[in-house]
Write a protein that binds this ligand. Structure first.
Ligand code: PAF
Length: 283
């Protein structure tokens, strides 16, 4: 089994030693309770780098006051087995006190954090940008891997890396799904049988939207309505948002060219997100 270290000094020393040996460092930041989606990031990182660090830290500052920070699932020994199998070299698993000591500094990315998930989770992206900056400074990787499932997070981190000149390549990786289409998420474990079935309305609705665009639909409004109607057909669902946004600005758009099509839906008490991207083609 690979080592799990708890302190900033330990992870820094381990990475320094690897770098002295000429190794290229890959980094996969996570909040633990790892599943196949995380595993795909680690496997990719291991195939493209010589030494892979996984951080396993449920970051308190990205959860709102009524969100699930306390109940967020944790299982470091299971995570350790998955990371070992996937080819990681070390896990950084700090306690909140190791990461935060009365900080007065926040990293805040403007505009693109105000729409979509940022509209209903106002402090979330400050928490993410700040902890990812700290982790980047602690681990000092050459490449860092993020899932496309958190599409807005990936876009925010790419912008932050550009704006703050982090010398790190950000690699976005595809969404990993269950066989029936549900996007893998640590929060899937919250679902009972009926809710698990109901949660399929997200991928079903998005598939419908994607087919419409692929068949030539140009109106974002029409696609958005079809997705919304499909989700609303599921009685256990409550929509937070259904949005079609410009891929760069993350502002709502009327076009279906160069867009992020994203949904956030409550199934019972749990909020799920899913999305797909339509790359821009010159018309
Ligand atoms: O995507 C996540 O799991 C988290 O937001 C991240 C990037 C590890 C920061 O806490």
């Amino acid at each position: 089994m690979i080592p799990v270290v708890k302190t900033i000094d330990e992870i820094r020393n381990a990475v320094k030693t690897a770098k002295k040996q000429g190794k290229i460092i890959g980094f996969v930041p996570t909040m633990g309770f790892l599943h196949e989606g995380h595993k795909s990031l680690i496997v990719r990182a291991a195939s493209e780098n010589d030494y892979v660090v996984v951080s396993d830290f449920v970051n308190p500052t990205q959860f709102g006051p009524n969100e699930d920070f306390e109940s967020y699932p944790r299982d470091i020994e299971k995570d350790r087995a998955l990371c070992t199998e996937a080819g990681a070299d070390i896990i950084f698993n700090p306690e909140p006190d190791e990461m935060y000591c009365d900080p007065l500094t926040t990293v805040s990315v403007d505009k693109i954090t105000k729409t979509l998930c940022g509209a209903s989770r106002p402090i979330h992206f400050d928490g993410v940008a700040t902890v990812v900056s700290k982790l980047f400074n602690i681990v000092a990787p050459d490449r860092a891997y993020f899932g496309q499932k958190d599409a807005q997070q990936l876009i925010v981190i790419k912008k932050m890396v550009k704006d703050l000149n982090f010398d790190i390549e950000i690699v976005g990786c595809p969404i990993i799904r269950e066989e029936d289409g549900l996007a893998k998420s640590s929060r899937n474990t919250y679902l009972n049988e009926a809710e698990r079935k109901a949660a399929l309305c997200l991928s079903r609705a998005l598939n419908k939207g994607r087919s419409m665009i692929e068949m030539g639909e140009k109106s974002a409004k029409t696609v958005k309505k079809a997705i919304t109607d499909e989700i609303n057909r599921e009685p256990l669902s409550r929509i937070d948002y259904v949005e079609i946004s410009d891929l760069e600005t993350l502002q709502p758009t009327d076009s279906t060219n160069g867009v992020l099509v994203a949904v956030a839906v409550y199934i019972g008490k749990t909020r799920f997100i899913d999305n797909f991207i339509i790359e821009r083609v010159d018309e």
